[in-house]
Design a protein around this ligand. Sequence first.
Ligand code: G3P
Length: 223
Amino acid sequence: MKIFLDSANTQKIKEAAAMGLCDGITTNPTIILKEGRDHKEVIKEISALILGPISVEGIGETADEMVKDAVEFSKWGKNIVAKVPMTKEGLKAVRILEAKGIPTNVTLVFSPAQALLAAKAGASYISPFVGRLDDISQNGMALIAGILTILKNYGFKSQVIVASVRSPMHVVEAAKAGAHIATVPPDVFDKLFSHPLTDKGIKSFIGDYKKANSALGEVGAKK
Ligand code: G3P
């Protein structure tokens, strides 16, 4: 499974990229706002940092507006993906943009029916939001399994980006379900590394190494 960072924080992106763990980036206006930086400037900087796809979202409501935004975004880097909302206008834009060679990511997907339509429209990526479904007491991860079955049944080329990820378990469940991609906020990404037994084990090995060395030192001193 590919791991994307759901972030526009260039420090966090550099850190993940240095470990070979950043296969792409997803952003939205809320994520850009968090960084307090100019949209174009930050996307250009990210594009210079990673080779994978970078999803960029505008605020157009009609297909024409979305296409216009996406054509502009595609000039900001070599690997830009146009994020469009799951609406009738959004899917019209998907068709036009994919035909122009600009990949699309249909966002704010909350049902299998929406995913089926996005796949039929030709979206490169489909982003179901699992955390926001969990928030309203629905099973976000069950949606992923359903969408993956639909895509597989008909051999659609669209890749599923598990989005609105809130915990390491969402990432693990996405991988178990066979999702193509999980897009992970930096705080969840950091949590993926940790296990208390790893920390305990490192501490005890370091302690034993020091003890062994000091014991050898004492033997050497007595000789
Ligand atoms: O990329 C969009 C998505 O991941 C948003 O997540 O936490 O705002 O529901 P969240």
